[in-house]
Design a protein around this ligand. Structure first.
Ligand SMILES: Cc1cc2nc3c(=O)[nH]c(=O)nc-3n(C[C@H](O)[C@H](O)[C@H](O)COP(=O)(O)O)c2cc1C
Ligand code: SF4
Ligand code: SF4
Length: 261
């Protein structure tokens, strides 16, 4: 089967799942290519060239990240093409996969597998404790994630139906997390005195929201809260407006290194 996967990954969790899934599906004999939504254009996807579409993305308050919502909006009509969606969560996905891809169902795609993989939390919210897993805590999670991805690959290969999170519990959790998003104090950022003006954040922001000026790094108004710049600045110089003190801990992705594509 020819399978096209698109994914978005702010801090590497979803990229990890996407590439592991790609490997498993290939080992089952499928022809698979996984591309980041950051690097691909949805309008160039031609359903005639593929047998199946897969979308992978992080849970952002039980919804898809804005980048993925835009990408889905730009996809052409599906004409009955089978679709699977897999989210990565930091703590609880609720009904995200089911909720987020409903617009694609309306466009003629046929979702048959909607699932979630638990990874590590990458979100810091001002005023709350820093809840990033340590590399040690990530090891057993990654082992479980690997098992789950392998199982999902088998199901996808056989086009078996699996819908996770759309029962009463998942729906309630999803509704609650989407409601809290309305009053959640999502972080705004600034670069502190440790910034060495290396430009890494400028070239890696997926929406071009960071620029280098004569005064140093400047953040615009278009942040989509992927948490990449904050977590991966090599000097930990990016801080959160409103945090009581300088934050030292960061989430450096599932394998401790930057891999987003
Ligand atoms: C803005 C934002 C909202 C989030 N909301 C949730 C959530 O509702 N439930 C959850 O389990 N994790 C949540 N997370 C954590 C991420 O979904 C999780 O860390 C994900 O695996 C990150 O994937 P990535 O590294 O590919 O970006 C949120 C993260 C961000 C940045
Ligand atoms: S990545 Fe960090 S050190 Fe480099 S320019 Fe951005 S804020 Fe400064
Ligand atoms: S400013 Fe930082 S957190 Fe916001 S979209 Fe850009 S890289 Fe992501």
């Amino acid at each position: 089967m020819r399978i096209r996967i698109y994914f978005f990954s702010g801090t590497g969790n979803t990229a990890w799942v996407a590439h592991h899934l790609e490997e498993h599906l290939r080992s089952l004999g499928d022809e698979v290519t996984a591309h980041s939504c950051e690097k691909a254009k949805a309008t160039e996807f031609n359903p005639q060239d593929w047998d199946m579409l897969g979308l992978l993305f992080p849970v952002h308050a039980s919804s898809a990240p804005v980048i993925v919502q835009d990408f889905m909006r730009d996809l052409p009509p599906g004409d009955g093409m089978p679709l699977f969606a897999v989210t990565t969560a930091g703590y609880a996905a609720g009904d995200t996969a089911w909720y987020a891809v409903r617009p694609l169902g309306e466009k003629g795609y046929r979702p048959f597998l909607l699932s979630n993989v638990l990874m590590g939390n990458n979100l810091y919210l001002p005023g709350l404790p820093v809840l990033f897993p340590t590399p040690e805590e990530m090891k057993p999670r990654l082992a479980k994630a690997e098992q789950k991805v392998s199982h999902l690959a088998e199901l996808i290969h056989r086009q078996e139906r699996l819908v996770e999170g759309a029962g009463v519990g998942g729906r309630l959790l999803g509704i609650t997390q989407r409601a809290t998003d309305k009053w959640l104090n999502l972080p705004a950022f600034y670069a502190d005195e440790d910034c060495i003006r290396c430009g890494w954040c400028v070239s890696h922001c997926p929406v071009g929201n960071i620029e280098m000026t004569d005064e140093g790094v400047r953040f615009g108004d278009g942040c989509v809260h992927c948490m990449r710049c904050f977590n991966f600045c090599p000097k930990k110089a990016i801080q959160v407006v409103g945090a009581k003190k300088k934050i030292e801990r960061r989430y450096r992705g599932p394998e401790g290194k930057p891999r987003f594509f």
